[in-house]
Design a protein around this ligand. Structure first.
Ligand SMILES: Nc1ncnc2c1ncn2[C@@H]1O[C@H](COP(=O)(O)OP(=O)(O)OP(=O)(O)O)[C@@H](O)[C@H]1O
Ligand SMILES: [Mg+2]
Length: 363
């Protein structure tokens, strides 16, 4: 087992100007499950491939444990990688697929047998060991791909969107299996996904990337409670946080008819760095309540109600600064409004997020 350290590691592809990964600084603990998340093209796969040795590091360094692996070939790094488009050997059985890498390494037969059976047990593949891949479901094949990585007992696991070929239900199941397998083995794991739900449910910590730049790395809870900037605030959480830039007053934010009080320090921070009389305020759909029209709330005209069974997501718009802005709020099923209704929404005190309007940084 080992730690992983990215030390200002950059990758600039030939013929491009902007680094695909820009001075990435990231320490991953021994046995930690770290998730890299971000929108398409933000540099997740590149970061992972740099660690695997499949991509050059143009600047900075990467360490596994205290070993500088920056310029080592993939083979010398003691890692195992599971890709999105893993290919199993079609003519080999599940057992042979899992045993293959060990055979190449001339691992003794009984040792191979022990490791394959152990991995198969962990992944609930025991009964399929004799089958060929074509006689397996997508989820079972996925588990075989995982099994091939496990039997190698590497220092670090790398996984790049390993669940993206699976249907929604299977994704959820396999997600749990991977997480519990990782917990059992305690092998340091770097897992890439663009799915923030996957990130939040699987990672001990989550690193959020945008345009090759690390935005924030923290526990899922901390990312949710205290996003460092507007991008992280909007990216983590589903439905996404309501984030609006509104006029800044002496004492707070003027949110339509609603006055959101801010401390003097917050007002000052909002004015700094070119904030220019505005402030960006966010609240999550689940962090607000419907109030009566007289209590002063944001008047939202309901466009769509998504009944989730236990509760409901209400989508609508409100006039803000002369144009319509969209909002989404989560309500109790008993207070579910109808399409065309106007509801009055107040964010819960202490559950609003405030950002500098110019820099997007949390205040
Ligand atoms: N071989 C390459 N040559 C030039 N540019 C590349 C190359 N591979 C990737 N890029 C660019 O580098 C950036 C990061 O790509 P990367 O594959 O790491 O993104 P990603 O976060 O994994 O995206 P996705 O979620 O779509 O898989 C993108 O802008 C991409 O176009
Ligand atoms: Mg990718």
């Amino acid at each position: 087992m080992a730690t992983v350290t990215y030390a200002k590691a950059s990758r600039i592809y030939a013929g491009t100007e902007r680094p695909a990964v820009n001075q990435l600084d990231l320490q991953i603990g021994d046995g930690e499950f770290l998730v890299l998340v971000g929108p398409s093209g933000c540099g997740k796969s590149t970061s992972l491939r740099m660690l695997a040795g499949l991509e050059d590091v143009d600047d900075g360094a990467i360490y596994i444990g205290d070993r500088d692996v920056t310029h080592l070939p993939p083979k010398a790094r003691d890692i195992a990688m599971v890709f999105q488009n893993y290919a199993l050997y079609p003519h080999m059985s599940v057992y042979e697929n899992m045993a293959f890498a060990l055979k190449l390494r001339k691992t003794p037969k009984d040792e191979i047998d022990r490791r394959v059976k152990e991995a198969a047990g962990m992944l609930q593949l025991d009964e399929f060991l004799g089958r060929k891949p074509k006689a397996l479901s997508g989820g079972q094949r996925q588990r075989v791909a995982m099994g091939r990585a496990i039997v190698r007992e590497p220092q670090v696991f790398l996984m790049d969107e390993p669940l993206s070929n699976l249907d929604a239900k299977l994704r959820v199941q396999t997600r749990t299996q991977i997480a519990s397998m990782q917990a059992k083995l305690g092998i340091t794991t770097v897992y890439v996904t663009h799915d923030q739900v996957e990130a939040m449910t699987m990672g001990h910590r989550v690193a959020v990337l945008l345009d090759g730049v690390l935005q924030q790395v923290d526990t899922p809870r901390a990312l949710y409670d205290t996003p460092a900037n507007v991008f992280v605030a909007g990216f983590m959480g589903s439905p996404a946080m309501n984030i609006k830039t509104v006029p800044l007053t002496e004492r707070g934010a003027a949110f339509a008819d609603l006055h959101l009080p801010l401390t003097r320090e917050q007002v000052e921070a909002a004015r700094a760095e070119g904030g220019d009389g505005k402030v960006t305020v966010g609240f999550r759909p689940e962090d607000c309540e419907l109030v009566s029209p007289h209590d002063g709330g944001i008047p939202i005209v309901v466009e769509l109600v998504e009944d989730l069974g236990s509760d409901a997501n209400v989508y609508g718009h409100a006039a803000l600064g002369g144009h319509n802005e969209r909002f989404v709020v989560r309500t109790d099923r008993r207070t579910m409004p109808n399409m065309g209704d106007t509801v009055f929404v107040r964010p819960h005190a202490g559950r609003t997020h405030v950002f500098n309007a110019a820099t997007g940084k949390r205040i």
